[in-house]
Structure formats: C-alpha cells, structure tokens
Ligand binder design. Structure first.
Ligand SMILES: [Zn+2]
Ligand SMILES: [Zn+2]
Length: 240
C-alpha cells in the first residue's frame, strides 16, 4: 500500500513537471514535448486525395489525377500533415539528430486523426513499421518508424509485427532521385518470409514522399497473401 501511495505520488508529481516546448520554448507538460499552440499550427493535410493522401492544390473531395489514372497498390493512406515547415524540422530532428522527444506528440496527433478516419472503416489486424536496413539501424541506433508504430500499437491495442518485412538491400538515400528513379531504385529491396495469415495490415512510416517505398512493401505483402494494405504516416510531401 505504501509502495502504491509512493508510486501514485510520483505519477502525480511527474504530471506536474513542466519543460520547454521543443519548437517555441514555452512551458509545456513533460508528457507533451510540443506545446498545444505549436501542435495546432502544424500544416494540416486537409485537402488531400482520398486514396493516397497526396496534398491537392485546392479544396476538392475526391481522388488525385494519378489515383484515377494509375491507382496505387496500397488501399488507403492516412497522413494528417503536409511535409512543410516546421514538420520538416521535426522529422529531421527525430530522424537524424536523435531528438526522440518529438515522437510521442506527433504520433499522438496521428492517432487522433486515425481514429476519425476509421469511424466507418475496418481496422487493420496488425501494424508493420517500414524496416531499416540492419546497417542503417546500427548507424542510427533506432528505427523512427518502429517507435511511431510502437506508440500507435499501445494506443490502438493493435499488435505491432516487427520483423515481418525485412530490408534485403542497402540503398543510397532516395533524396534527390526523381519519382521514376525512386521506384526503380527500391525494387527487390524488401522480403517477407513465408506466407502471411493476415488479411489487412497497416504499414507505418514517418513521411511518405513519392510512395515508392510503401508501394514496394505493399507489393511483397500482397504477394505473401495480404489482401489489404493501408499506410499510416505523419506527413505527405506535396507534389513539386
Ligand atoms: Zn511550442
Ligand atoms: Zn491520389
């Protein structure tokens, strides 16, 4: 009982600890490393394609030209933010500078958006983070997609399947490659061992740019028997 009281006291105390917002420096609770003002000012991906979440230049409901002409292999993409300032700074900070305090606030924002998006839709049976090549994992020490998926898994109670998809080729960074080059570069870079018994999964990543990586993983998952693949990501890059 004393232990419980002590623990309860600590939890209470932790809830009252305040730190500086990672973006603006204003005071914010320890659990929420981005203050509510900064979170509400992030660029929303409100006008986006219903299928691939590509930001659209104007306010219309429906599909982008690409999805009408060549629908993607994946079935649905959820992306609450546009990859614009300051989302680009946040992603750079947690991806390349080890500033992992950003992960929970942005994952929580994604989770709120996911709940609204699945109100009339079927939930996936498992979450699969986009894997890093083991060499890149050793360099970085963590996989940011896995950290986001872990947070989403604990909130949604949907199991995370880590290791279901393996990266088989070490690639030079895709930045700077044109869209067609990215698709070519990423081919045969992923593998699924054996058949998957799951019918519906969600692939989790931080940012979807051209969609080449998630499309290629969707291809190997569907070859292994998965029928539906949704993409859950924080942000999508607007077309050039
Ligand atoms: Zn702030
Ligand atoms: Zn689209």
């Amino acid at each position: 009982m004393v232990v419980l009281q002590k623990l309860f006291g600590w939890t209470n105390l932790l809830q009252r600890v305040r730190v500086s917002c990672l973006l603006c420096g204003n005071s914010t609770p320890l659990e929420q490393r981005l203050c509510s003002d900064c979170l509400s000012l992030l660029p929303s991906n409100r006008n986006a394609c219903e299928r691939c979440s590509e930001p659209l230049p104007f306010d219309v409901d429906g599909l982008c030209v690409e999805c009408i002409q060549h629908p993607p292999l994946f079935d649905r993409c959820i992306a609450p933010l546009r990859f614009d300032y300051p989302v680009n700074l946040i992603v750079h900070a947690f991806k390349f500078k080890g500033e992992l305090g950003y992960i929970n606030p942005v994952s929580d924002l994604l989770w709120e958006y996911i709940q609204r998006s699945y109100e009339y839709d079927e939930w996936p049976q498992a979450l699969i983070p986009v894997p890093l090549h083991p060499k890149r994992f050793r360099q970085r020490g963590y996989n940011q997609a896995e950290l986001i998926a872990k947070r989403l898994s604990s909130q949604s109670a949907i199991p995370m399947l880590d290791g279901a998809v393996r990266r088989t080729r070490y690639l030079r960074p895709q930045q700077g490659l044109p869209k067609s080059g990215r698709y070519k570069n990423i081919r045969r870079s992923f593998a699924v061992d054996g058949d998957m018994s799951l019918k519906h999964v969600a692939l989790v990543d931080d940012v979807v740019t051209t969609g080449a990586t998630v499309t290629e993983i969707t291809r190997v998952l569907k070859q292994a028997g998965v029928q539906r693949v949704d993409i859950w990501c924080l942000a999508r890059t607007p077309l050039d």
